[in-house]
Design a protein around this ligand. Sequence first.
Ligand SMILES: Cc1cc2nc3c(=O)[nH]c(=O)nc-3n(C[C@H](O)[C@H](O)[C@H](O)COP(=O)(O)OP(=O)(O)OC[C@H]3O[C@@H](n4cnc5c(N)ncnc54)[C@H](O)[C@@H]3O)c2cc1C
Length: 488
Amino acid sequence: MELQQDYDVLIVGAGVAGMYGALNLPSDRRVLLLAKYALDVSSSNLAQGGVAAVLSFEDDSFELHIRDTMIAGRQANDRLAVETLVREGPDDVRRVMDFGADFDRNADGELDKTLEGGHCRRRIVHHRDCTGAELVRALSEEVRRRENVTLVENAAVLSLQKMPGGGFGALVNVGGGVFPVYAPFVLLATGGIGRVYRYTTNPRASTGDGVRLAWELGAFIKDLSWIQFHPTAFHSEDGEQFLISESVRGEGAYLLNCDRQRFMDRYDDRLELAPRDVVSRSIMLEEQRTGSSDFYLDITHEDAAFLRDRFPAINEGCLKHGVDFTKDLIPVYPCQHYLMGGIEVDLDSRTTVPGLYAAGECSNTGVHGKNRLASNSLLEALVFSRRAAASMAALFAAGRVKTPVHRCMKPNLTGKSVRPDLPERIRGIMQKSHFVLPDAKKAREGLAEITEILADLKTGDYALTVENTEALSLATVAYIVLKEAAAE
Ligand SMILES: Cc1cc2nc3c(=O)[nH]c(=O)nc-3n(C[C@H](O)[C@H](O)[C@H](O)COP(=O)(O)OP(=O)(O)OC[C@H]3O[C@@H](n4cnc5c(N)ncnc54)[C@H](O)[C@@H]3O)c2cc1C
């Protein structure tokens, strides 16, 4: 497949942030929206728990949601960004419902709101336990109705360059060829960096390409070492860890140690409903205390029919591993889950490079502080991709946008390939150098190894391929994370 060369906006990534950004751009602007793999290979598509938003005020308020977000973030959040998220988010949630997203309702037809760790009120709307897939369905159907948006799957942006006089040129791998594309604005919406770890809930697209592309353009990257480790991934040897959502604890599950005993009271008064960083740390400390990495979730005391209906995807995932969670304990262990830091952006999602925007998990809006409150990230993806689109729309309306001059961007198509085991080597380094309990000495040791790997990738004669650029993204992300962690 060949792409046209000129667009008004190039959106790199078609998860919730990329798609909702596209839907908020003016209908007379040509938008190219790219997904590196199939559309369902995104964190958005995997999101289980739901979207947090204050949609009614009987027993909830913006102040309470702001307070919960700041407490979870250990007050390291940007207060203005949190207020923007919480106050504007409900309208975006209503908008995606207008686009056809179907959230569960109770017998009276009202939205069925659930509770997750760190929230003091039931304010999370959800579609059973597959909210993200429902959002992706609704948004992608709306995107395909828009004539001004060209959505291309299996299209990876390999490199991004500034063009003389403004705007950007990108080299895109699609259909086995590499093609140039030009646009005055680029929105990076490439999701997380989970694949830099061996154990992560993130899909294979999450190699941190957006962070690497922004870094190469000189954009400021902030707090990349602020990584959230989810306390309760299903404990198996699979690379992509299957998540046992927070809402299972919200519905009453107990966390047990190797002796099948609850232990959270040793570490936090909020017990199983403490924020996820606290629960993850508690598990690691309990492991040090008992010497065992065996941990379990127990929800067998709840009604089996209710559990199967409320958590169909979790039920199916557990059964695949031979566990019937209505009768058996679920083996769990922490794993990488979410990136709080990222490409530094302002409230309009502008990076420090003019014309370059970032939204969703690859960006750092400051809303999450040191720890994301559950179900705030889909909300962040909606609010701040819409704000990015509004900022670009205002510049188009003001007539201040120039079409980029084309400059020849010659890809290296004949160079060598990276060693197939390189990504796994990088993952091994990250797993031992920066996992749950920070350790500056280990980070320094890891950094020395990664620095060598990165130097080789940058100076060696490597071809511009998806595999090579993904390895480069992993090494770049690992380098920035460990450099930060080593300095702490
Ligand atoms: C298992 C799981 C459960 C979760 N549950 C929840 C939840 O209940 N509530 C909540 O709020 N959050 C949840 N999260 C987090 C949330 O899903 C993500 O933070 C959010 O969906 C990120 O959206 P995004 O659009 O930024 O990125 P993604 O949805 O990951 O999309 C990234 C897109 O970028 C594309 N891409 C990447 N690199 C390139 C490239 N080089 N060229 C072209 N395209 C590229 C990918 O193909 C993909 O289309 C969960 C995450 C996971 C993994």
